[in-house]
Design a protein. Structure first.
Ligand code: C2E
Ligand code: CA
Ligand code: CA
Length: 278
C-alpha cells in the first residue's frame, strides 16, 4: 500500500501539480493535433421517430492521437474552451462538416441536415457571424442544411450580443438547436429570444427514463412544452427499444442514439447513405 506519511498537504499539492501538468501537456498536444491533422469528425445519424429514415447527422469531434489512442471530446473540449483553442478547432469542425455535407449532397444524398456544436466562446467573437458566412461561401454549403447546436450557457453571458448574432445567422436560413435542454440554466425565455428551432432532450433524462416515473414526467413536460412552441424535438442517447417506444409515443420528432446508430467515421456513414439511396 502507498505510504501516506501523514502529510496530507504534500499529497494534495502533488495531486494538484499532477492535474496542472496533465492539463498543460494536453493543451500543448492539442495545439499540435490541430496542426497535424489528428482531429477527425465522426457523424451520428438522427432518425425520424416514425419512419426511422435518416434526416440529419451530428458532427462529433474525435482526436486520433499519434499513439493510436482515440481521445474523447469530453476530455479535451473543456480544456480547448478554457484556453481558447476551441475557436480554431470550432472553425475546423464547421468547415469540415460543411464540406462533407456538400459532398454527400453532390453524390445524391439530399435532405440530410448537418448539426454542428458551437461553443459559447466561439459565439463571443466579434466576427463570429462573418466567420460562419465565410465558411458557407468557401464550402458552398446551403445554410438551410446547417443546424448549429448551442447550449444554455450561451444565455448566461449577457455582454456577448449572442442574440443579435444568432438572429443574423437565422436570417441566412441556418437553424438553431438548444443542446442538452434542461441541464443548465434553462429558461423558456431563452428558447424564444434565441429563436431556437429544435430542442434536444438531454440523455441525462433519457438514460433512466424506463420505470422511473419522475424522469418520465420531466420528459413528458419537456415534450409538451416544446410541442406548444412548435419546436422540433430530438431525443438524445436513446439506447433501447423501450426508450424509443416511449419517446415516439410522446411525439418526439427525431431520435439520436446507439439504438439506431453510433457516431461513425465519414466512410462508414457514406456507405450507409448510398445503401439508403439505391
Ligand atoms: P453532445 O453534444 O451532447 O453530444 C452527444 C454525445 O452523446 C456524444 O458524445 C455522442 O457520442 C453521445 N451519444 C450519442 N448517442 C448515445 C447513446 O445512445 N448512449 C450514450 N451513452 N451516448 C450517446 P461525444 O461524441 O463523446 O461528445 C461529448 C461532448 O463533447 C458533446 O456532447 C459535445 O458537448 C462535445 N463535443 C463533441 N464534438 C464537439 C465539437 O465539434 N465542438 C464542440 N464545441 N463540442 C463538441
Ligand atoms: Ca450536441
Ligand atoms: Ca447533447
Amino acid at each position: 500500500a502507498k505510504e501516506l506519511g501523514g502529510n496530507r498537504y504534500e499529497a494534495y499539492t502533488e495531486r494538484l501539480n499532477g492535474d496542472m501538468y496533465r492539463r498543460w501537456t494536453l493543451e500543448y498536444e492539442l495545439r499540435r493535433a490541430l496542426e497535424r491533422d489528428e482531429l477527425v469528425l465522426y457523424y451520428q445519424p438522427q432518425v425520424e421517430a416514425k419512419g426511422q429514415a435518416i434526416v440529419g447527422v451530428e458532427a462529433l469531434i474525435r482526436w486520433h492521437a499519434k499513439d493510436g489512442r482515440i481521445v474523447s471530446p469530453a476530455e479535451f473540449i473543456p480544456i480547448a474552451e478554457e484556453t481558447g483553442l476551441i475557436v480554431p478547432i470550432g472553425e475546423w469542425v464547421l468547415r469540415t462538416a460543411c464540406r462533407q455535407a456538400v459532398t454527400w449532397k453532390k453524390r445524391g444524398k439530399p435532405g440530410v441536415e448537418m448539426a454542428v456544436n458551437v461553443s459559447p466562446r466561439q459565439i463571443r467573437q466579434d466576427d463570429f457571424v462573418e466567420r460562419v458566412k465565410a465558411i458557407l461561401d468557401e464550402t458552398g454549403m446551403d445554410p438551410h442544411d446547417l443546424q448549429l447546436e448551442i447550449t444554455e450557457s450561451v444565455a448566461i453571458e449577457e455582454t456577448n450580443d449572442a442574440e443579435r448574432k444568432l438572429a443574423e445567422l437565422k436570417r441566412l436560413g441556418i437553424r438553431l438547436a438548444m443542446d442538452d435542454f434542461g441541464t443548465g440554466y434553462s429558461s423558456l425565455g431563452y428558447l424564444q429570444s434565441f429563436g431556437v428551432d429544435t430542442l434536444k432532450i438531454s440523455q441525462m433524462f433519457i438514460r433512466d427514463v424506463s420505470g422511473n416515473e419522475s424522469l418520465a414526467g420531466i420528459v413528458r413536460a419537456i415534450v409538451a412544452m416544446a410541442t406548444s412552441l412548435r419546436l422540433t424535438i430530438v431525443a438524445e442517447g436513446v439506447e433501447d427499444q423501450a426508450q424509443y417506444e416511449f419517446l415516439k409515443s410522446l411525439g418526439c420528432d427525431r431520435i439520436q442514439g446507439y439504438y439506431f446508430h453510433k457516431p461513425m467515421p465519414q466512410q462508414e456513414i457514406g456507405k450507409l447513405f448510398l445503401e439508403s439511396v439505391s
